[in-house]
Design a protein around this ligand. Structure first.
Ligand code: ADP
Length: 383
């Protein structure tokens, strides 16, 4: 089927910033796009060829949407997978697959998947609720401190707690959860793997991520990561194996811990464009968004080589109370060489909401990092 300037329709579930950046590349190829999100002012609303207000977690909404497009992809994991399974049964192309999304939506299932496929990850134990954890806690012999995670719907560090003593478990939680051994982390890394319909694979250069201690949000993404060639090789091997085991079509962002002992463990994965790949727009031969399209449209993959080092700085809301967004001091950074500003188009800002990002490209990564950190201090996203 002719994809470009034709009747072919690409369906994207979720209308946030990842979808918006995917749409830029879809526009470049003159692909017809249809997006569904429950928020009529979502970042994709003004750019998609067709924008549908609908609930991506609702069975019927996803079925109705899926029936009207040729290929379905996602920019967020929290989607009704029963509907995607039924669409697949009817022959609809869904990338990532419903099965992959089902596993990834649940952190307990994700951990089981790594274990069953001999993929390295931290020690863990799954529980059906917090009471079960508390009851079998002594027998399971977990040492304090450990990490507690809700199995479902955690994101950006929400649903993750460090448990230092018995009292820290005194909260109410009545759903599946898991306990992980605490990892002594040297660096947090991410490898974005692209795998197309034919099964060809290319990885983007490994990045290093720095998180905000309070919010647990990624604050900086630096590329290339400052790691040895040995670590690089091991990380790529693990990421590629993971994408193959998922039989992935599209992008798989593999978030890794490099431990103080020099081991590499998988933390979690995301089957879509990822916050750790925004710099690829300006810094790599092919952007992650272009590559996602190539992967799911059965096209050859683009070169992923780094053209110039860079750092990506997330712009997140700083005020607790939701209100109209103001990007304080943002006009002052446009004269800095190598600075690229991305504003997602969310009208309202609130605490820790991702509102935009800035990429700083520089031949010298240390210089890029220095500029990035200054910019982060200067710009305030307030309401
Ligand atoms: P989310 O899915 O909400 O992003 P993660 O499972 O990635 O949550 O955890 C958020 C952060 O918590 C990680 O980036 C890491 O810094 C820390 N973390 C998660 N698991 C562990 C662990 N087992 N040991 C040490 N730190 C961890």
């Amino acid at each position: 089927m002719q994809l470009f300037s034709s009747k072919f329709k690409l369906g994207i579930l979720g209308g946030g910033q990842l979808g918006k950046m995917l749409l830029y590349d879809a526009k470049r190829y003159d692909l017809h796009t249809k997006v569904m999100d429950s928020n009529k002012q979502a970042p994709c609303a003004k750019i998609a060829d067709e924008f549908i207000v609908g609930d991506i977690t609702n069975y019927q909404d996803v079925i109705d949407f899926g029936n009207k497009v040729d290929i379905i992809t996602v920019e967020i994991e929290k989607i009704n997978t029963e509907a995607l399974l039924d669409l697949e049964k009817k022959g609809k192309k869904v990338y990532p697959s419903a099965k992959t999304l089902q596993i990834i939506q649940n952190k307990s299932d994700q951990k089981d998947f790594y274990k069953n496929n001999n993929l390295p990850t931290s020690g863990f134990k799954n529980y059906s609720n917090l009471d079960e954890l508390k009851q079998s806690f002594k027998k399971d012999n977990f040492q304090f401190p450990f990490v507690w995670k809700s199995s479902k719907f955690g994101y950006d560090g929400k649903g993750v707690k460090i448990i230092k003593n018995q009292e820290d478990l005194n909260f109410s939680y009545d759903d599946q959860c898991l306990v992980e051994e605490i990892v002594l982390i040297e660096k947090e890394l991410s490898v974005i793997v692209s795998r197309n319909v034919q099964g060809n694979i290319k990885c983007f250069p490994i990045v290093e991520m720095e998180f905000n201690d309070n919010s647990n949000l990624v604050e900086y993404v630096m590329c290339p990561a400052n790691i040895s060639s040995d670590v690089r090789k091991k990380a790529v091997e693990i990421a590629v194996k993971t994408a193959e085991k998922f039989n992935m079509v599209g992008l798989l962002a593999v978030e890794l811990f490099l431990t103080k002992q020099g081991d590499i463990l998988i933390n979690e994965v995301a089957p879509r464009p990822h916050n750790s790949g925004h710099h690829t727009i300006e810094c790599c031969m092919t952007s992650q968004f272009d590559q996602h399209l190539r992967s799911i449209l059965d096209l050859p993959l683009g070169e992923t080589e780094l053209i110039i080092p860079g750092i990506m700085v997330n712009l997140v809301g700083e005020n607790m109370i939701e209100g109209n967004v103001i990007y304080q001091n943002i006009n002052d950074i446009f004269d800095i060489p190598g600075v690229f500003v991305h504003i997602y188009g969310k009208k309202k800002s609130r605490l820790n909401r991702k509102m935009g990002h800035i990429t700083i490209a520089n031949k010298d990564i240390d210089k890029a990092i220095e500029i990035g950190k200054k910019i982060k201090k200067k710009i305030k996203v307030i309401s």
